[in-house]
Design a protein around this ligand. Sequence first.
Ligand SMILES: Nc1ncnc2c1ncn2[C@@H]1O[C@H](COP(=O)(O)OP(=O)(O)O)[C@@H](O)[C@H]1O
Ligand SMILES: [Mg+2]
Length: 342
Amino acid sequence: MSLDVPSRALGAPKRVPGVKGVSAPSLPTRTTRPRTAAPAAVSRSDFLALLGTAAAWAVAGRAKRVEASDERLLTSKSFSCGSLDLYNPKYLGGGVQGEVYQANLPGTGTVAVKVSRRNDDYAKSTFAREERVVKLLNNAKVPGIERCVASGPVTTEDGERQGLVMLPCLPSTARVLSIKTGCGSPRIFEWAEDRRMETMMKTAVRVLEAGVAGVDVQVLQVPNSNEQAWIDFTEAAILRGEKGSFTVEAPAMICPEYKSRYKSAKDAVVGFATEVYLLVPPSSRQSAAQALVTELEEVSQAKKRGIGQTFQDVWGKLPWRCDATTQEKLEAACTRAAGLLV
Ligand SMILES: Nc1ncnc2c1ncn2[C@@H]1O[C@H](COP(=O)(O)OP(=O)(O)O)[C@@H](O)[C@H]1O
Ligand SMILES: [Mg+2]
């Protein structure tokens, strides 16, 4: 297959000062307003263009794992986030926006607390938006994503920061799957791979149905249990509107490498579906396609459909290379899910 590859179509990673190997905050160079765009039909060629670029990152990005610096924002035995008192923070990992700790919340148990690296307007708006996106997905009852249980200022050794308290808190052995850190692995248990694909595709279809197109999709995967949770919706595009007229809500400040993802609802959806596709190991594509058929059929039965309905045919445009029967079923399921057949 020959691919026409646009440069930096999905957004190439940059470096973050102070954190080795992390994508840069590339800090927000400009603000954007939501744009209106007609929901032009998604075609197979839309994907082929993106896949070439993204597949190259999947390989190159493997070297770019997060190696956090030794300095930590939280070092004392207790701290608070908003009105919550939390105990025994233990560093789990860090990204561009924040450091994430496991901590004990009396009455609840172990939670994950994301603490912003800075406390400027950018950090505040980024954390507020992440909370909003996660709550939108929580309210739509999307399975397999983190749940935001509280938010508020956190007092750290380095002054005040923003905090989000999230569930579940996965063990420190969990690994992030993303097109930047590596996609196909870990494929832990052969016998559990079908189930893992079911979980992943259920979340993907439901995120889109809720009107969110992930940008820089990150799936936290526990190696020895196949437990997973989608995290970090900082960059996600929010779709608004209905058939014929959609707007895309981008973050207040866009990383330049993701600019093209917010141009229209179609761009956002194609980019999201492409990232999901690249998280599937080639040998699991058949399972993924089958899982999509099941999930799309289920979503079609719902009495009340979500904002993303119109775009649910996107999944059938990706090159799953599944068997002919599954491909046929997938295309039919996509058509029904997108409301194209009565
Ligand atoms: N719920 C969680 N349970 C366990 N670890 C988590 C959880 N959420 C985040 N992490 C860890 O923290 C890291 C940074 O989190 P993330 O939300 O991606 O921050 P950023 O927005 O800065 O990229 C993740 O890569 C992961 O290692
Ligand atoms: Mg992240």
